[in-house]
Design a protein around this ligand. Sequence first.
Ligand code: ZN
Length: 160
Amino acid sequence: MKIAKDCVVSIHYTLTGDDGEIMDSSDGQDPLTFLQGHGNLIPGLEKALEGKTKGEALKVTIAPEDGYGPYRDELVQEIPKSNFDPGQPLAVGDQFQVETEVGPLVVTVTEIKGDNVSIDGNHPMAGKTLNFDVKIEEVKEATEEELAHGHAHGPGGHDH
Ligand code: ZN
C-alpha cells in the first residue's frame, strides 16, 4: 500500500539541523503516527512521503518555506515587564500562549533587560532548513473515526 491522502502512517525519524545537531527524534519512543494529507505534518515531509511504502527509508531536506515557515522579525516584540503578573517568576526560555488577532500564539521569552521583556512568537524551528531521516514503519487505511477527526489514533497518534 502506497502512502496517499487518508492513509495512517507510522514513521521513525531523526531531525537534524544544518550544523548536524539533532533537534528531534522518535528514537526510544513509539513511532510518530499521523493521518496523511490533513496537515498534521509540515508540508515538505508529507510531500516527500507521498507514494512511498512500508519499510522504505528516506532522507529529506526541507527548506523553511515547506517547514515551519520563514523567521519573521515582526513576531519579536519588546513589552514592559509590568504587563506580566508580578507574582509569577519570569525567566528566559519561558513559553506562554497569548491571544492575537489571528488566534492564539505561543511565544518564548528571549531576553529580560531592565523593565523590558523580549518575546518571540516564531516557531523554534522557523527559518531553519530541516534534514529528516525517515523510516516508514507502517501504512494502513484510516478508520471512519480517524477520518472524521482528521488525525490518527492509538500509540504515537492522537491521545484523547
Ligand atoms: Zn480523534
